[in-house]
Design a protein around this ligand. Sequence first.
Ligand SMILES: Cc1ncc(COP(=O)(O)O)c(C=O)c1O
Length: 381
Amino acid sequence: MHPPIPLSRPDITQREIDAVVDVLHTDTLSIGPKAIEFERLCASVAERRHGIAVSSGTTALHCAMVAAGIDAGDEVITTPFSFVASANAALFVGARPVFVDIDSVTLNIDLDKVAAAITPKTRAIVGVEVFGHPGGMPELEQLCRRHDLTLIEDSCEGFGGHAGKRAIGSFGQTSVFAFYPNKQITTGEGGMILTDDDAVAATCRSLRNQGRDGMAWLAHQRLGYNYRLSEINAAIGVAQMQRLEEILDARRRVAHQYMDRLMTSRFVTLPTLTSDDVMSWFVFVVRLNDLFEVGDRDALMAMLREQGIGCNNYFPPIHLQPYMVEQLGHKAGDFPVCEYVANRTLALPFFSKMTPKQVETVCTTLEKTLEKMLIARKGRF
Ligand SMILES: Cc1ncc(COP(=O)(O)O)c(C=O)c1O
């Protein structure tokens, strides 16, 4: 059998290793020049005035919520089909996440259904480019302007993508990136808040640094957190940014190989883009076609893993996570498009250094396994 193919793998070279070692030879392991350089490089990707480096995408979202003044009793509209942190951010500040079902093509929030979810309590929308698909963010920005709502762009999965001419990360009062090891670029752990608003930037800088407003170490102006990004992590980020085009190109190459290979498959539906948009390839997710039933995706994952192919069910519906059910009272059937998609989607191995041979192995194993599942089903009837 072929060696196991992981779901993801960070793209780390000698450049990142040297950058870390260089920092370790200095006396500045936190609050220093590497974080500032990383902030500048990330802000420039989306042509934003400010970048504020933080410890994760989740802490970036928390700061964005506080800086937007979202509070207990407020409502925040978001998608049920994302990583949980998109919705958790509302809960962190005592607000209620209000879910709106998704569009079956972009897999982002359904623009036709958002307006109906706005109430007098709605203060913000957290828009997400799920799997790096930019669809709908310009429209969400317009909608927020019309209804005087704050847009927070959860661009954690969209680094380097574009909605038309606009970079992912350039929308809304704030946008946030995440740098966990499966992301387009990584810092080990890390996140970034981008904004054009000077006051919001100042608040976020203070929030991440224990509520300090200036350099006085023991003067705290507000309730703050330790959400700082260390210089060690920031140095990895700077080195990754120096290789950004190389990394994004490599991911595009792998994605295109998957697309070409699976385009004619009768088993799966592939990501769909409008011609003006540039997908940021965070993961490669396929959806099982209607030939398959609920439950088949999980059986498929078990069989793929047995054959050394990493995979995962990106994403289970957020509204059906146990604590969301408990707090918000949701039940199966509340967001049918999300639930239908979530039962059928599957992330396949995807990373920049994936070889053409590995992609071919994944596709052949996927198709053969699905074929076998259909044959076995016929045998049962
Ligand atoms: C859409 C989205 N939002 C937020 C996050 C949270 O980022 P982190 O894991 O860095 O806290 C992620 C990370 O997976 C994400 O995909």
